[in-house]
Design a protein around this ligand. Structure first.
Ligand SMILES: [Zn+2]
Length: 105
């Protein structure tokens, strides 16, 4: 158990996408020499325009999927708020212009 007094850790947040790496290991006796290559799940993400690949263990997948969903939702929420901001600013500017027009008459 971790220290009891510490707050629960923040849920993982991840950017990127899940991919599957496929490779043949090269051992002539391995099943992959004849059949399907080995498959490894991985997280692929772009950092400053450089693609990074983080290979994952199968047991990481549920948490990684949830963390990617969390990120997409957070981005959507932020984008929605930003669009509301545009609407508010547009209304404020429009109102000020209308008042100025009325004042000039
Ligand atoms: Zn193999």
């Amino acid at each position: 158990m971790p220290h009891a007094k510490q707050p629960p850790p923040e849920p993982l947040l991840l950017r990127g996408s899940l991919i599957v790496l496929r490779r043949k290991c090269g051992k002539p006796s391995c099943a992959c020499a004849q059949g399907a290559p080995h498959e490894t799940p991985a997280l692929s993400l772009s950092l400053r325009n450089v693609t990074q690949i983080l290979t994952l263990r199968p047991q990481d997948l549920p948490e990684v999927r949830a963390a990617l969903r969390r990120y997409r939702k957070a981005v959507q929420d932020l984008d929605r708020k930003a669009l509301v901001g545009v609407r508010v600013l547009r209304a404020r500017i429009g109102k000020a212009k209308a008042q100025r027009k009325r004042a000039r008459r």
